[in-house]
Design a protein around this ligand. Structure first.
Ligand code: GLU
Length: 416
C-alpha cells in the first residue's frame, strides 16, 4: 500500500525544497517561502432562505508580498481545508513569479456546498465573507478572484460589498468581474487560453501536431469547458471530459456544442448520447495525446501515474499531480506542463483587469489576448531553458525561475 503524502501544504514545501537544492537557496529565504506570511480564519453567520441562520467558516491566506500585493482566487467547496488554502496561496506566489507579474500569492476559501445553495444564499455568503476579511484585502494589499465554484457574479457581489464599506467604487479590489463593472475582456477564457498557448509550445518541442491530437479533459468548469473549445479550434479532437458526476468518452470525438447544451440543461456531462460512460479515474488513463487535469488536487498520484498514456499533461487545475507521480511521469518521458505555468493565464489577465481598473482605460479583447500570448510564450521559454540548464522537469524549472525572482525581492528589500 502506498503511504504517499497527499497534504498539499507539505507537497508545496517539498517542491520549494527540490528547487531550492538546485539553486543552493539561502536557507533563511527557504524558511520564509515555506510558510504564508499571514492567515486569517473567519466565522460568519448567514440567513438562509428558510429563515434559519447558518454559520460558515472562511479562510484567506497571504503567502508573500515581496514583489507586490497578494493575488489569488476564492474557492467555495465543502472540502476546503486550512492546509489546502495555504498551499494554494503559495502556488499563487510562484505562479505570479513564473509569468513575471508584480504580485505575490494569496488564496481564499469558504467551506460550503454551492450546489445546495440558492442564488440569494450564495450572495449573502459572498458578501459576509468579504466583510469578514475586508481589513486585510484591497487593491494595493490583496486582490481576490474566481476559483473552484466561484464566478463573475460572485466577484461582483464581493466588489460591491467592499465598495460600500469604503464609501466609493473599488473596482480594483477583485478581478474576474462582469465587464460592465470593471471586468476585462478575455478574462473568462484566460486560464484556458493561457493553457492552450503553452500546450502549443510544448507540442512544438515534441514535434506533436495539434491537428488531430486527441485530448481528455478532467473537469468541465471555468477552465476545462473553455479549454475543450479552444483546443478543438486548434484542430484537436476532444474525446473525453468529466465533471463531479463522472466522465464520458467517445473515441471519435465529442460534439462540444451538444455537450455544452446538455450540461446546461441536465447539470452534468454524463449521459451525453453517443458517449461511453467511464469513471474520472479511467479518463486519466485513456490513450490520448494530451491530458488536461482541470479539476482538483491529487488526481495523478503514485497509484495511477504508471498508467498515464498521454504525451503532454497540461495542468489547468492547481496541484493535480503529486511529487511521486511527477517522478514517475518524468521517467516515462511524459511532458508535464506544471500548474504554476499551465494555468497562469487566469491570473495574468486578472493582472490586466486590475491595471485597467487602476487607469480607468479598457483594452480590446485582441489586445488582451496578444499581451497574454507574449507573456505565456516567454514564460514557457524561460521555464524550458531552466529545465535544460538544470536537467530537471518543467515543474522544478518553473519553481526555479519563480523562486529566483521572489528571492531577489526578499534580498533587495533587506528581509534576510
Ligand atoms: N484562481 C485562479 C488561479 O488559481 C485565478 C487567480 C487570479 O486571477 O487571481 O490561478
Amino acid at each position: 500500500m502506498s503511504t504517499e503524502n497527499l497534504n498539499p501544504f507539505e507537497i508545496v514545501q517539498q517542491q520549494i525544497c527540490t528547487a531550492g537544492q538546485c539553486l543552493a537557496l539561502d536557507p533563511a529565504i527557504e524558511e520564509i517561502l515555506k510558510e504564508p506570511k499571514r492567515v486569517l480564519m473567519v466565522t460568519f453567520s448567514v440567513k438562509m432562505d428558510d429563515g434559519t441562520a447558518k454559520v460558515f467558516k472562511g479562510i484567506r491566506s497571504q503567502h508573500n508580498d515581496a514583489i507586490g500585493p497578494c493575488k489569488g482566487g476564492v474557492r467555495f467547496h465543502p472540502d476546503v481545508t486550512l492546509d489546502e488554502v495555504k498551499a494554494l496561496s503559495m502556488w499563487m506566489t510562484f505562479k505570479c513569479g513564473v509569468v513575471g507579474l508584480p504580485y505575490g500569492g494569496g488564496k481564499g476559501g469558504v467551506i460550503c456546498n454551492p450546489k445546495e445553495l440558492s442564488q440569494g444564499e450564495l450572495e449573502r455568503i459572498s458578501r459576509a465573507y468579504i466583510e469578514a476579511i475586508a481589513s486585510i484585502i484591497g487593491p494595493d494589499k490583496d486582490i481576490p478572484a474566481p476559483d473552484v465554484y466561484t464566478n463573475s457574479q460572485i466577484m461582483a457581489w464581493m466588489m460591491d460589498t467592499f465598495s460600500r464599506l469604503k464609501g466609493s467604487n473599488q473596482f480594483g479590489v477583485v478581478t474576474g468581474k462582469p465587464i460592465i463593472v470593471g471586468g476585462s475582456l478575455g478574462r473568462n477564457e484566460a486560464t484556458a487560453q493561457g493553457c492552450v498557448f503553452v500546450i502549443t509550445k510544448a507540442a512544438e518541442k515534441l514535434g506533436l501536431p495539434l491537428e488531430g491530437a486527441t485530448v481528455a479533459i478532467q473537469g468541465y468548469g471555468n477552465a476545462g469547458s473553455v479549454a475543450a473549445v479552444l483546443l478543438n479550434k486548434m484542430g484537436c479532437n476532444v474525446v473525453a471530459v468529466s465533471d463531479s458526476c463522472g466522465a464520458i468518452y467517445n473515441p471519435a470525438g465529442i460534439e462540444l456544442e451538444v455537450l455544452y447544451q446538455h450540461k446546461r440543461d441536465s447539470g452534468s456531462c454524463i449521459n451525453l448520447p453517443g458517449c461511453e460512460r467511464i469513471s474520472n479515474e479511467e479518463l486519466l488513463e485513456l490513450p490520448v495525446d494530451i491530458l488536461v487535469p482541470a479539476a482538483l488536487e491529487n488526481q495523478i498520484t503514485a497509484k495511477n501515474a504508471e498508467q498515464i498514456k498521454a504525451k503532454i499533461v497540461a495542468e489547468a487545475a492547481n496541484g493535480p499531480t503529486t511529487p511521486e507521480a511527477d517522478r514517475i511521469l518524468f521517467a516515462k518521458g511524459i511532458t508535464v506542463i506544471p500548474d504554476i505555468l499551465a494555468n497562469a493565464g487566469g491570473v495574468t489577465v486578472s493582472y490586466f483587469e486590475w491595471v485597467q481598473n487602476l487607469m480607468n482605460y479598457y483594452w480590446s479583447e485582441q489586445e488582451v489576448n496578444d499581451k497574454l500570448q507574449t507573456i505565456m510564450y516567454n514564460a514557457f521559454d524561460n521555464v524550458y531553458a531552466a529545465s535544460q540548464q538544470h536537467q530537471v522537469d518543467l515543474r522544478t524549472a518553473a519553481f526555479i525561475v519563480s523562486i529566483n525572482r521572489v528571492a531577489e525581492a526578499i534580498k533587495v528589500r533587506g528581509h534576510v
